[in-house]
Design a protein around this ligand. Structure first.
Ligand SMILES: Nc1ncnc2c1ncn2[C@@H]1O[C@H](COP(=O)(O)OP(=O)(O)O)[C@@H](O)[C@H]1O
Ligand SMILES: [Mg+2]
Length: 458
């Protein structure tokens, strides 16, 4: 059978194809040619060597849109005339290989299952910064140990998350430089010699949108100007310059809509429900409702988020929303606002200041709370799920999870706890009050913590 390869890689795509390293991490801007490179990396490998290959995307739908249904570029078009088989329901194709045949499957992280005994020859982790570390270390890597398979991680950055760590552990071949043209442009430059990495077999590349000769500079420039006008230049640097440094400081970097945001589930009457309240006036007053299942899973089931207004208004709204749920066990509020706590109590919404016995100063106390939340966002290796979920209607909570940042501080002392930026923090604070105050149900045995009560807060 004649195999028709309708692809001429551009200069930098070729550079990556030529690299023999089994693991490649590519941070590249929009329109660099990531999807095209990813697909042809798989196809060229599949033709050479029979085996099973995966293209993994953040969701099945995204994978389908990028690689299967896109009218101009898709894997069916790429393999037309020489494909052996296509399976629409499984989003899989078969192509001939020199030594047999290969199967290429499209996957989303929601349907990633480690298939016991199943071996992968190669995988592309597409939009890797939006995938999970877990999907690599616990699902895919174990399926490649005996095959000597290869992996390509390719993405625009998404803050300081696991993709950045991956990028930094390998040998780095390119840096991006700003050219002082008018308007300015950012382009990759080859490092000679490359910057040696900690791990052997890992190569890292950084390219921008300007590095694709097929990209339209005027489109990139209008994105840049729009970002400046909206005061969101960081976004431009992330999306087009693929720059990690400019988007630092996300606190909940493990938060991922595809994992933590769920359709509402039934909250049973015997579950514990808690409320957390953060007071504001120019800033929103915020309340979260948190349900804890008997298995210890946490669900953010509802939110309230309103600026200005009177305390009577807020109290009325919170009490009326609360009628939808089992009686709240307790309501925790900002302990630095004792006057509000008393006033709201007199008007029928009783609450206590959040526990402040952990941490000796405010920075440590906040850090303790964010640590507890971070812990709950992690994937549990046994059930492959996190401990904390957010119902999809809680849109402000989701937005704050995705934008709550550390304050950038110059001369940070080593080991000094960070301080969050006072923005996008209202529901995050409210949630923190619940989490630092939570006691496991009293019928469970837990370690003696009488020492904690000596701080004089009670
Ligand atoms: N080697 C190539 N030859 C021709 N066109 C290319 C090549 N690489 C990328 N392109 C074109 O550039 C555009 C962006 O490519 P794509 O792979 O979708 O980028 P990304 O996934 O990085 O956003 C597409 O229109 C694609 O057809
Ligand atoms: Mg793409």
């Amino acid at each position: 059978m004649e195999i028709n390869i309708d692809y001429i890689p551009h200069k930098y795509q070729q550079l990556i194809h030529n690299d023999p390293a089994p693991y490649k991490v590519i941070s590249a801007g929009r329109q660099f040619g990531k999807s095209m490179l990813a697909r042809w990396t798989i196809l060229l490998s599949a033709i050479r060597e029979a085996g099973k290959y995966w293209i993994v995307s953040p969701t099945i739908k995204q994978g389908k849109d990028n690689h299967w249904n896109d009218p101009e570029n898709n894997i069916l078009r790429d393999t037309e005339g020489w494909r052996l088989d296509q399976n629409i329901t499984e989003l899989a194709i078969e192509v001939p290989a020199r030594n047999g045949k290969s199967r290429i499957e499209l996957k989303g992280i929601e349907n990633l299952e480690k298939v016991r005994g199943s071996k992968l020859r190669g995988v592309v982790m597409d939009e890797a910064a939006f995938l999970t570390e877990y999907s690599w270390t616990n699902v895919i890597q174990p399926m490649m140990t005996t095959t000597g398979g290869w992996a390509m991680f390719i993405s625009t950055p998404n803050g300081f998350n696991w993709f950045k760590d991956l990028y930094q552990q390998g040998t780095i071949y390119t840096v991006v430089q700003k050219y002082p043209s008018e308007p300015p442009i950012w382009k990759a430059k080859l490092l000679k010699p490359p910057k040696q990495g900690r791990l052997k077999g890992w190569s890292s590349y950084h390219f921008t949108s300007y590095d694709n000769p097929f990209a339209k500079p005027e489109i990139i420039e209008s994105a840049r100007l729009e970002a400046i006008s909206k005061n969101s230049e960081d976004n431009f640097f992330q999306e087009y310059v693929a720059d990690f440094r400019k988007v630092s400081g996300l606190i909940y970097k493990n938060f991922n809509r595809n994992i933590h945001v769920i359709d509402p589930i039934e909250i049973e009457d015997h579950w514990d429900v808690y409320r957390g309240v953060d007071f504001g006036f120019d800033n929103p007053t915020a309340c979260v409702w948190v349900a804890v299942s008997p298995e210890g899973k946490w669900y953010i089931i509802d939110e309230y988020y309103e600026k200005k207004e009177s305390s009577d208004y807020h109290i009325g709204m919170i009490l009326s929303k609360s009628q939808n749920y089992p009686h709240a066990e307790a309501t925790y509020a900002d302990p630095s606002a004792p006057q509000n706590i008393i006033d709201w109590g007199k008007k029928g919404l009783y609450m206590t200041g959040a526990r402040k016995d952990m941490g000796t100063n405010k920075g440590e106390w906040v850090g303790h709370g964010t640590d507890l939340i971070q812990e709950k966002l992690k994937i549990n290796p046994i059930d492959k799920k996190p401990t904390l979920f957010v119902f999809k209607g809680c849109t402000q909570t989701i937005r704050e999870f995705e934008s709550y940042r550390w304050k950038e501080e110059k001369n940070t002392e080593l080991n000094k706890p960070g301080v969050p930026l006072k923005a996008n923090d209202h529901l995050m604070d409210a949630l923190r009050y619940v989490i630092v105050s939570y006691h496991p149900p009293s019928h469970e045995v837990f370690p003696d913590d009488t020492g904690m009560f000596e701080g004089g807060y009670y």
